[in-house]
Design a protein around this ligand. Structure first.
Ligand code: SAH
Length: 215
């Protein structure tokens, strides 16, 4: 993939979106957002040719960007047909998912615990000029109290259990999606109505672990 050939990148994204449809993704807003965001611009140039394959990719610091299907599935579950509203992403990584979220949410707060990755996410997002994304160095297992409550929370790293702060910072009517587990993980969807939290277990996934503290 050459950044100098936007047509080639756009066609590769169209093929990715067709594959996501074949894999069962139905949310047209999610598909349109993934068609719009140049995923190849978020990975090393040497990996750009694989950017639209259905595979996770290394982003440095022993972290990975999730495969397109997992990003699409999580956002489809999170959205459930509604606007995402005020949204928290825990684990900004290279910033790819934050860019996709920016097209689906009114405001995106993306937190990352590794400073070098946060710098990378900033540099990747800058040319896209997305006015509704804010990045912050923080331990996302504590949420982001100064910006809470959130209508939507998406966690991009696997927790052993649902961090209580995230549950508390979810607005009534809000939805939260998080991979839970160790060697075996599943997506857990939480829907809040007042003080009632409905839990639904979804598909098996494999994420890097959620780690406390910042570096
Ligand atoms: N969504 C990212 C991929 C995330 S990989 C993207 O689109 O590129 C998971 C990320 O979660 C890693 O960058 C890791 O450093 C981060 N992470 C792990 N534990 C965290 C925590 N407690 N708070 C914030 N970020 C965390």
């Amino acid at each position: 993939m050459r950044a100098s050939d936007p047509g080639q990148a756009s066609r590769a994204r169209a093929r990715m979106v067709e594959r996501l449809r074949a894999q069962g993704i139905r949310d047209e807003r999610v598909l349109a957002a993934m068609q719009a965001v140049p995923r190849h611009a978020f990975v090393d140039e040497g990996l750009a040719f694989s950017a639209y394959d259905d595979t996770p990719l290394p982003i440095g610091f022993q972290q990975t960007i999730s495969q397109p299907f997992v990003v699409a599935r999580m956002l489809e579950l999170l959205r459930n047909g509604r606007e995402l509203g005020r949204t928290l992403e825990v684990g900004a990584g290279c910033g790819y998912q934050a860019a996709v979220l920016s097209l689906l949410a009114t405001e995106v707060y993306a937190v990352e615990r590794i400073r070098g990755l946060l710098d990378r996410a900033r540099a990747n997002l800058r040319p896209l000029r997305l006015p509704n994304v804010r990045l912050k160095l923080a331990d996302g297992s504590l949420g982001l109290p100064e910006a809470a409550p959130f209508d939507s929370i998406v966690v991009a790293a696997a927790a052993v259990g649902l961090p209580p702060a995230l549950k508390e910072q979810l607005a009534s009517g809000g939805r939260l999606i998080i991979p839970v587990g160790g060697a075996e993980q599943r997506l857990l969807l939480i829907e809040r109505q007042g003080n009632t939290f409905r839990e639904t277990w979804c598909e098996a996934v494999r994420f890097v672990p959620l780690i406390a503290g910042t570096d």
